[in-house]
Design a protein around this ligand. Structure first.
Ligand code: PHE
Length: 460
């Protein structure tokens, strides 16, 4: 699409309305974090207790930051670097730091998207027994050819959607994938809960065990919430900038957080009881964390379901693929928008530049599992992917969030954002929001940062 630019105004993409914005925010938020991290954490930290804590944090702290970022975008009508620098030149650096985050996450997120694509294909072609076989996962992720092939396939799908534009591509894709994702999550949960023995697992997942409440639980819930809501990386600023000033922001961010929470909750309902039923796992601590939960434990769980195994396996990985793809699309869109605002290139040229970068960086990080496997950046057994994940999520995102709160709370003053929110809704809780942004959020973010970085400096 040809676009005309001058330095203050250029044609920006725009959502067709509030629903499109909500779905896009939810699409970005709902991702691998909901599907594999949330259930593991919930199982580890006393089920209902963790869910409850997460709920409270998401609807106070999480939603406040979500509102801040989307309002900042809508107010400035710029992606993250411009949003900061247009208000105060000296704060451009924070914008640059935030903008760097999606450039780091996108390549490695797409590598995992490639794994998911491979699993889906294998469930269809090779069947559930092959996928559940020992060594299938490690065998695949260290493959020096097919990991690249599947990564690039996944990337091209997501880039293709972005190439169709915000309204014709991203909105339409979300409109199809998000409701389907929700239906599949509900369907699989119901199926799992009907299995004999599942009730016990569900009870473990749902009933709060107050003795498991600990500072560690809160820190993990906070970190999870951050990543899950796609905060502190410019995505929500960009998405806010595509929103018309008349659309209600407070309701929209509440819906986004609600959707995200619902899918996290359902993921736990699918995964925790399933692990109970098939593997007889009774202690959350025994549940494998991270990738191995999804790529090793679950195929085993499905493998034990007899005739239903293939159908459930396929459905589940379609669900995961939708979640991963919609998040990756939001990441690619954020990178494209940052390039476009910075260079004043056309959207297509910016997307092409983004695609070249993402594919090249993805190949490099993926090499960490094969030709560069000798690089162990965070200690024995860690790969390049772990390093970039740590750098973006554990270090850069908290720093960006902290500086963003300081910027809004103390430099431009909360009123600027409150006025923006009030363009479209009442915002009765403006007082509480101000206290959150000025005082509570910065403290919580510093806690996350310290908790993330200390173990790296002083390993146990
Ligand atoms: N929020 C996504 C998830 O839960 C992850 C994500 C991170 C998406 C960064 C976009 C950007 O998996």
């Amino acid at each position: 699409m040809a676009q005309q630019h001058n330095h203050t105004h250029h044609d920006r993409s725009a959502w067709s309305g509030k629903l499109a914005f909500i779905l896009a925010g939810a699409a970005s938020a709902v991702g691998l974090g909901n599907l594999w991290r949330f259930p593991t954490l919930a199982a580890k930290y006393g089920g209902g207790m963790f869910i409850l804590t997460y709920f409270v944090l998401a609807f106070t702290f999480g939603i406040s930051l979500l509102l801040l970022e989307t309002a900042l975008g809508r107010k400035t009508k710029l992606s993250v670097i411009g949003a900061f620098s247009s208000i105060n030149k000296r704060w451009k650096l924070v914008g640059i730091l935030a903008a760097a985050v999606p450039f780091i996450i996108t390549p490695y997120y797409c590598i995992i998207g490639g794994w998911v694509t491979k699993y889906l294909v294998s469930y269809v072609v090779d069947g559930p027994t092959a996928v559940a076989a020992d060594g299938f996962f490690t065998g695949f992720i260290t493959d020096p050819v097919f990991t690249y092939v599947f990564m690039v396939i996944f990337m091209l799908i997501c880039i293709g959607v972005c190439a169709l534009g915000v309204k014709n591509g991203i909105e339409k894709a979300n409109m199809i994938m998000m409701p389907l994702l929700l239906f599949m999550a509900i369907g699989i949960s119901v199926f799992v809960l009907m299995q004999p023995g599942a009730a016990e697992g569900a009870a473990y997942y749902l009933i709060p065990d107050f003795s498991k409440f600990s500072p560690d639980l809160v820190i993990n819930a906070l970190g999870q919430m951050f990543y899950s809501l796609s905060l502190a990386m410019g995505i929500m600023v960009t998405y806010g900038s595509y929103l018309d000033s008349k659309e209600n922001l407070t309701e929209s961010v509440a819906s986004i957080a609600g959707f995200d929470l619902l899918v996290s909750f359902l993921s736990g309902l699918m995964i925790v009881p399933a692990a109970f039923v098939v593997l007889g796992i009774t202690d959350g601590g025994m549940m494998a964390a991270g990738p191995s939960l999804m790529f090793v434990t679950l195929p085993n769980v499905f493998g034990g379901m007899g005739g239903a195994a293939q159908v459930i396996g396929v459905l589940f990985f379609v669900l995961v693929l939708f979640a991963a793809a919609t998040s990756a699309i939001s990441l690619i869109e954020a990178c494209t928008s940052i390039i476009q605002d910075g260079t004043h290139w056309s959207r297509s040229k910016s997307l092409l530049a983004c695609a070249i970068f993402v594919i090249a960086a993805g190949c490099f990080i993926n090499a960490g599992y094969n030709v560069l496997i000798w690089i162990e950046p965070l200690g024995e057994g860690t790969q390049l992917l772990d390093f970039f994940d740590f750098l973006s999520n554990s270090v850069m995102m908290p720093i960006v969030a902290l500086l963003t709160c300081i910027f809004v709370g103390w430099i431009i003053k909360p009123k600027a954002i409150i006025d923006e929110v009030r363009e479209s809704s009442k915002f009765k809780l403006a007082g509480a929001w101000t206290v959150m942004i000025k005082y509570i959020a910065p403290v919580l973010v510093i806690v996350i940062l310290v908790a993330n970085v200390l173990p790296m400096i002083f390993p146990a």
